[in-house]
Design a protein around this ligand. Structure first.
Ligand code: ZN
Ligand code: FE
Length: 262
C-alpha cells in the first residue's frame, strides 16, 4: 500500500488539560485511526459528529493519559489496538516494535515503528512518509521527562528522530510548546529563531489554536534537546552546571535536569 497524503486529514482531539489525541481520517471511507486515547468520550463525540468509523487505536506508551480511553472504546467498537511490545500496556491486540511495518485493513497509510525509549522503557513512535507520531518523546520545543530510561537512551531516541527527513511533521501528544520555548530562550538567549517561534506560538495559543504539528526542521533550529552538538548550547549548559561537560550525553542530561526544575 502507498501513502496517499491527499486522501487523509489529521485532526487533534483535545483531552484532559493539555493532551492531544491525533485522529487520521481517510476522507474517502471515513475510516479513522486514533493515537493515544487517554479519554474515550471526546473520541466518541468526534466520530459521531463527523460520521466516522474507528478503524484502529495506536498507542505510543503506557501512561494513563495515553491509554485511559482504550477499554471504553473497544467495548463499543471491535477494533485492533496496536501498541509497544515492551511497555506494559494491557488490552493490546497487536504488540509491535522496531523494525515492524504496520498496515491497517483498508487504510491508505503504512507506518514504520521506531523504538524510542527514555520517557518510558518501551516507548515507540509511528512514522509514515512526512509524519511522525511520537507521544511524549519529542515535544515542540522540548522533550519528555526521563521516567524510566536513562539520559543516554533518550538522547539516542531523539537522534533517531533527528535523522528523519527535515520536512517531517511532528505530531506529539501535549501542548507544552510555549513553556518549552520559554526554556529554550533561556538556554540560547541569542537564538533569534527561538524568539520568533515563541511569538508565533503565543499568538496561536491566545487564539486557542494548537501549536502542532511542528516541522522537524523547526525543531532542529529551536529545540535545545536536539541541539546539544551546538557550541553555544554546550557553553550555556557548562555555565549553568558550573563545570565542564565531557560529551553530548552529559550536556543532554544536564539540560533535562535544568528543564525539570524550570
Ligand atoms: Zn507519558
Ligand atoms: Fe503524556
Amino acid at each position: 500500500m502507498t501513502n496517499d497524503a491527499n486522501q487523509i486529514e489529521i485532526v487533534p482531539i483535545p483531552a484532559f488539560s493539555d493532551n492531544y489525541m491525533w485522529a487520521i481520517v481517510d476522507t474517502k471511507t471515513g475510516r479513522t485511526l486514533i493515537f493515544d486515547p487517554g479519554e474515550a468520550h471526546p473520541v466518541i463525540d468526534f466520530l459521531e459528529k463527523n460520521k466516522l468509523t474507528l478503524a484502529a487505536i495506536l498507542i505510543t506508551h503506557h501512561h494513563h493519559d495515553h491509554t485511559g480511553g482504550i477499554t471504553a472504546l473497544i467495548s463499543r467498537y471491535p477494533i485492533p489496538v496496536i501498541g509497544p511490545l515492551n511497555d506494559g500496556v494491557t488490552s493490546l491486540t497487536k504488540k509491535v516494535n522496531e523494525p515492524d511495518e504496520i498496515t491497517i485493513t483498508n487504510f491508505p497509510l503504512t507506518f514504520s515503528v521506531l523504538a524510542i525509549p527514555g520517557h518510558t522503557k518501551g516507548h515507540i513512535a509511528y512514522y509514515a512518509k512526512g509524519m511522525l507520531f511520537c507521544g511524549d518523546t519529542l515535544f515542540a520545543g522540548g522533550c519528555g521527562r526521563l521516567f524510566e530510561g536513562t539520559a543516554a537512551q533518550l538522547y539516542h531516541s531523539l537522534q533517531k528522530i533527528a535523522a528523519l527527513p527535515d520536512d517531517t511533521k511532528i505530531y506529539c501528544a501535549h501542548e507544552y510548546t510555549v513553556k518549552n520555548l520559554q526554556f529554550a530562550a533561556l538556554v540560547e538567549p541569542e537564538n533569534s529563531e527561538i524568539q520568533s517561534r515563541l511569538q508565533k506560538v503565543k499568538t496561536l495559543r491566545e487564539n486557542n489554536l494548537p501549536t502542532l504539528p511542528s516541522l522537524l526542521s523547526e525543531e532542529m533550529a529551536t529545540n535545545p534537546f536536539l541541539r546539544c552538538h551546538q557550541t553555544n548550547v554546550k557553553s550555556s549548559l557548562e555555565n549553568h552546571a558550573g563545570k565542564q561537560l565531557a560529551d553530548k550525553i552529559e550536556i543532554f542530561a544536564e539540560l533535562r535536569q535544568w528543564k525539570d526544575r524550570f
